[in-house]
Write a protein that binds this ligand. Structure first.
Ligand code: HEM
Length: 638
């Protein structure tokens, strides 16, 4: 129903509004003497500093007359839609049997309504003579199928036409392409005429001192525009880009702040994007000042193959990689950069010898995201981290270096690295398949032994307050991978993945944590591997429950003193929709039954946020069967 209503409104309004505006421009170009008086009236009524609004309507009789006469002079739909008589009828001595097709000619109605000289555009007939009838009474049709968009159309054309008359002087194009008589006749059709665009010129007398909506100071518009891209992620979405670009078109005054906001996030996805960025911003005098506006920069080299939806995007050949230039070219030129997100294979793209040292010139960088990056050695990775003076957050996903470092180089001089947030997830680009793989499919084999990841994590541990370890090479080997959290003395929030049967390892891991956590998020894998290993109780082929769980092992650990301040405990069960959905309730019951003491803690919020491995969105939430466990909408992985 909603779709049909919207479609009718769209179909009914798009062509008509367009045709009406065209005809209006035509009438104004043909009658400059009539046009001239409208801005005078507008200026007298609304003053020099704003555009008209609906409250001005009654005070603008001349401008309203233009609108009405225009609708009459150029009837947009002179022949209504065809109709059918339902019963036998009579009209003017004619007999009309039922189911006769009728077509009314609105243009001829004017004959009956007694409009003298009806082909002329004469405002006098409305202003002085007193009209025989209001054109709005018949140009929209009549009877039960009368145009439902008439009020909308009258209102929107009033605002459009008065705003145009306020700002623009509509002039005819050069006489070589303009024959008012011929075009006047053509205007009877509702066709699009490109030449009409040429009629419009800025009204010189008003244009220079008229600013859009002067009621508000420009600073307010600046503030509004700079809010456009602040989604929770802070990245610009395509729609927001469009909005900002439109802002620059609407008002010249808004150009600087819109550009500044557009440049706040630069995403270079392809070699061509990098090349044009280089040409029109970095190496262009007029573009260079915008480098200071860049707060977030994301560069993807395309060196690895990946999926966009179902489509596999193959890796680009080395000759097309640009990532090796990013740091040498931009170091020292992005004074306000806060977030740098890179996907570069420095192991193969032959970066300049000084590249890694140059990271120190990004003095404002607070967050570094490395997604699918390959370093020539762990040393280079370590060198980058140490040289970034303001770095607070590090996120690594599928970061590689060819061999495990010697323990001697692991020590980082104290004070050089003060990370507060650390996210590490090392797994394959085949995530979208959601099969659990112990190694990446399209990557070169990772030579990093599981055990050594633990070493690396320990390097960053002391200052970190927020840590997320997800998808670590082998889900069920988490304890072998990150075996010990004893160096995380400042941790406040921990997020890690566990296999649905490995609660013992998870409990051991938490046991080693000295910090006082306030947030604990556990990503529980009920993925294919678990199903394959037959850990589910099935009836008639349908999954009904989990065979073993071990969740109760968490309770004694979480009752320890250093978890007393815990106020948020979230379980994120992760699995195929067909198995996870029926399991949801049994997961809640398991949490309810196996963690009774935790439930009695009123200060603790226990939540379940399922993540479905499916190509359809998550179902609408049912109320939780247990009052102690709040179910929140989880996500789904397409
Ligand atoms: C200058 C602007 C417009 C003119 C001159 C106009 C004119 C008309 C006319 C003559 C009809 C046929 C009425 C009949 O057969 O009795 C009609 C029908 C219709 N118009 Fe408009 N229209 C305009 C704008 C709009 C707008 C803005 C909308 C929607 C928002 C709209 C939606 C419709 C619809 C849905 C119908 C079909 C009604 C039905 O069959 O029941 N029109 N219009």
């Amino acid at each position: 129903m909603c779709q049909l209503v919207t479609a009718s409104a769209y179909l009914g309004s798009s062509d008509t509004a367009h045709a009406l505006l065209e005809a209006f421009c035509l009438a104004m170009a043909m009658h400059p003497d009539k046009q001239k008086k409208a801005p005078e009236e507008l200026n007298a009524v609304i003053g020099p500093h704003r555009l008209p609004d609906f409250s001005d309507r009654d005070a603008l009789p001349y401008t309203r007359a233009i609108l009405k006469e225009e609708m009459r002079w150029h009837i947009i739909a002179p022949i209504r839609f065809i109709h059918l008589t339902m019963d036998d009828d009579k009209y003017n001595g004619y007999f009309l049997p039922a189911r006769t097709i009728l077509n009314t000619n609105i243009w001829l109605v004017q004959l009956r309504e007694g409009y003298p000289d009806r082909e002329s555009f004469r405002l006098e007939r409305l202003l002085e003579d007193g009209p025989p009838s209001d054109p709005a009474d018949y140009v929209f049709g009549f009877g039960p199928r009368l145009c439902p968009g008439r009020h909308f159309s009258i209102a929107s054309s009033f605002i459009t036409f008065t705003s145009v008359l306020r700002i623009f002087d509509i002039q005819p194009p050069p006489t070589s392409i303009w024959d008012p008589n011929q075009h006047g006749k053509e205007a009877i059709r509702t066709s699009s005429k490109p030449y009409l665009a040429k009629l419009i010129g800025l009204r010189p007398a008003l244009g220079c001192n008229l600013k859009m909506s002067r009621q508000f100071p420009n600073e307010l518009f600046d503030a509004i525009i700079s809010c456009v891209p602040t989604g929770h992620t802070g990245w610009l979405w395509p729609k927001e880009r469009e909005t900002l670009l439109n802002c620059t078109l609407v008002c010249r005054d808004w150009l600087p702040v819109s550009r500044h906001t557009l440049f706040s996030y630069v995403h270079l996805k392809r070699p061509t994007a990098w090349d044009s960025f280089l040409r029109s911003v970095v190496n262009a005098e007029e573009g260079r000042p915008w480098l200071a506006s860049i707060l977030r920069l994301q560069v993807e080299d395309g060196w690895y193959s990946h999926y966009e939806g179902d489509k596999k995007i193959p890796a680009k050949p080395v000759s097309e990689w640009r990532g090796q230039y990013v740091i040498p070219v931009l170091a020292g030129h992005l004074p306000n950069l806060e977030l740098l997100s890179l996907s570069v294979d420095w192991d193969r793209c032959q970066p300049h010898a000084t590249t890694f040292g140059m990271f120190s010139q990004f003095t404002s960088l607070r967050e570094l995201r490395l997604d699918s990056c390959r370093f020539p050695s762990f040393c280079t990775f370590r060198r980058i981290l140490v040289s970034l003076p303001a770095l607070k957050t590090l996120r690594c996903s599928a970061v590689h270096w060819p061999s495990a470092p010697q323990p001697s180089i692991l020590a980082i001089p104290s004070g050089h690295l003060a990370l507060q947030s650390l996210g590490i997830s090392l797994l394959c680009d085949s995530f979208h398949d959601l099969s659990l793989q112990c190694g990446p499919v399209d990557f070169h084999p990772i030579t990093l032994p599981h055990r050594t990841l633990d070493y690396y994590v320990q390097i960053f541990a002391p200052s970190v307050q927020v840590a997320a370890f997800g998808n670590i090479q082998s889900m069920h080997d988490i304890a072998n991978t990150i075996s010990d959290l004893s160096r995380f003395g400042n941790l406040r929030s921990l997020d890690f993945a566990v296999n649905g049967t490995d609660w013992g390892d998870a409990a051991d891991l938490l046991q080693s944590l000295p910090a006082r956590l306030d947030t604990l998020i556990i990503f529980v894998d009920y993925g294919r591997e678990l199903v394959d290993r037959d850990m589910m109780v099935k009836e008639d082929g349908e999954v009904k429950a989990m065979k073993t769980n071990g969740l109760e092992l968490l309770e004694p650990v979480l009752l320890r003193d250093n978890f007393k301040a815990l106020h948020h405990l979230e379980f994120k069960p992760w699995g195929y929709r067909d198995t996870l959905e029926p399991l949801e309730e049994s997961i809640i019951q398991t949490i309810w039954r196996k963690l009774p003491k935790l439930h009695s803690r009123t200060t603790l919020n226990i939540r379940l946020a399922p993540v479905y491995i499916n190509r359809s969105p998550p179902p609408s939430r049912r109320p939780s069967p247990s009052p102690a466990v709040e179910i929140i909408s989880g996500g789904f992985i397409p």
